[in-house]
Design a protein around this ligand. Structure first.
Ligand code: ATP
Length: 330
C-alpha cells in the first residue's frame, strides 16, 4: 500500500460474537481528500473508524494509517489523528478552556494557549471557554469536540457524525471548515447520516451495509452509474415558449415553475430538443442536466442493492485475504 493513502483498510473483518460489524471491508482514502462513509444504522461505519484509530483490533485484514499500523504505532497514529467520536467524552465539571488545555497537554502542544485560541475561534466557541462544559448545549459540545480534535494540527481527521446536534447553519460552517482543512493537505474520513448537509464536500463516498461496501466512488462516478433518470433544467427569455416541449418525442414529464424541468427517456435527446426549440425561434438561455443530491443518490444505490437492479453486489476486491491478528474490544 502506497503512502499517498492516508487510510488503507484491506479485507478487514471484525466481528462481535455472531455479528460481523465489518466483513472483508476494503477502503482507501488518498491523502488530502474527504471520504464519507454512508449507510444505515448498524452498517459498520463507527466500527471502521474505530479500527482506523486503533481503538479496535481487527480479526483479519490489513490496516495502514498514515503509513503506520495503528496497533503497533498507536502513539504516533494518535498524535497525527484528530478524532471526534460519536459521543465525545468531555469533562463536564471543567470549563471549555480546561478541556482543551488537558488535551493540549496530552498531545504535548508546544504553545497551548495560542493553539487553544485558534481552535476555539475556528469553531466559534471562544466566548464559552470560561464556562463549565456541563452547561453547554449539544451544539456547543459538538463544536468543543471539534476544536479539541484539531488542536494539535492533525494530518488525519476522523469524524463520526460531526454535525449531529448542530443547527443547519452551524453544520454548514463545520462542513466548510472541514473542506478548508483538506485544502491545506489534511485528510478527512467521516461517517454521516445527514446526507443533505454533507452535500458537495465528499471527494469519495462509500455506501456501506452489513459491514461491506455496497458501492464506492466519487459522487460524480456514482451519479453516472446509478442515476438513470434524465432530467434537464431549461430556461428561455420567454419561459412560456418552452411549453411546446411537453408534446415533443421522448418527453416523460414536463413541469414549469419559473424554469422548465423536463424528464427525458434519454439524455441523448437533449441536442435534438434544443435544436427544435431554436428552429421554432425560442431563445433558450439555460440547458442543464439536473444532478441528484447526495441523498437521492444514496437512496438510488440502496434501491438498486435491494434487488431493483441486479448489478449492485457488495464490492469485493481481488487478492488474498491475509489473516492478521485477533483481539478483543478494548
Ligand atoms: P450507526 O449509524 O447506528 O452508528 P454504524 O454504521 O456506525 O451504525 P456500527 O456501530 O459500526 O454501525 O455497528 C455495526 C454492527 O456491529 C452493529 O450490528 C452493532 O450492533 C455491532 N457492534 C458494534 N460495536 C459493538 C460492540 N462494542 N459490541 C457488540 N456489538 C457491536
Amino acid at each position: 500500500m502506497v503512502d499517498a493513502s492516508a487510510v488503507g483498510l484491506e479485507h478487514v473483518t471484525r466481528s462481535f460474537g455472531d455479528i460481523a460489524a465489518l466483513s472483508d471491508f476494503t477502503l482507501e482514502v488518498p491523502a488530502g481528500t474527504i471520504a464519507m462513509l454512508l449507510g444505515p444504522n448498524g452498517a459498520g461505519k463507527t466500527t471502521a473508524v474505530r479500527v482506523v484509530t486503533g481503538a479496535l483490533p481487527v480479526d483479519y485484514g490489513g490496516v495502514r494509517v498514515l503509513g503506520l499500523d495503528p496497533l503497533t504505532d498507536g502513539e504516533e497514529v494518535r498524535r497525527r489523528c484528530g478524532v471526534v467520536p460519536a459521543r465525545p467524552a468531555l469533562y463536564d465539571r471543567l470549563t471549555g478552556y480546561h478541556n482543551l488545555r488537558y488535551a493540549a497537554d496530552l498531545f504535548e502542544v508546544a504553545e497551548p494557549d495560542s493553539a487553544i485560541g485558534a481552535a476555539a475561534e475556528r469553531f466559534d466557541i471562544t466566548e464559552a471557554l470560561g464556562q463549565r462544559v456541563g452547561g453547554y448545549s449539544t451544539g456547543m459540545r459538538a463544536r468543543l469536540a471539534l476544536a479539541r480534535a484539531t488542536l494539535h494540527d492533525p494530518d488525519l481527521l476522523l469524524l463520526d457524525e460531526p454535525t449531529a446536534g448542530l443547527d443547519p447553519e452551524s453544520s454548514r460552517a463545520v462542513l466548510d471548515l472541514i473542506r478548508e482543512m483538506t485544502r491545506g493537505g489534511k485528510t478527512v474520513l467521516m461517517c454521516t447520516h445527514l446526507l443533505l448537509e454533507a452535500e458537495g464536500i465528499a471527494d469519495h463516498v462509500v455506501v456501506m451495509d452489513h459491514g461491506r461496501t455496497l458501492v464506492s466512488g466519487s459522487p460524480q462516478e456514482l451519479t453516472r452509474r446509478y442515476w438513470t433518470s434524465a432530467t434537464v433544467v431549461i430556461d428561455a427569455e420567454e419561459p412560456g415558449d418552452l411549453d411546446r416541449i411537453a408534446t415533443m418525442p421522448g418527453i416523460t414529464s414536463y413541469q414549469r415553475d419559473g424554469v422548465a424541468l423536463v424528464g427525458l427517456d434519454s439524455l441523448d435527446r437533449v441536442a435534438d430538443l434544443v435544436g427544435a426549440l431554436v428552429r421554432d425561434g425560442v431563445r433558450v438561455t439555460r440547458v442543464e442536466p439536473r444532478m441528484p443530491s447526495l441523498e437521492e443518490l444514496y437512496f438510488a444505490v440502496r434501491r438498486a442493492s435491494r434487488g431493483g437492479d441486479a448489478t449492485v453486489e457488495p464490492e469485493t476486491t481481488e487478492g488474498p485475504t491475509a489473516p492478521q491478528r485477533s483481539g478483543a474490544t478494548r
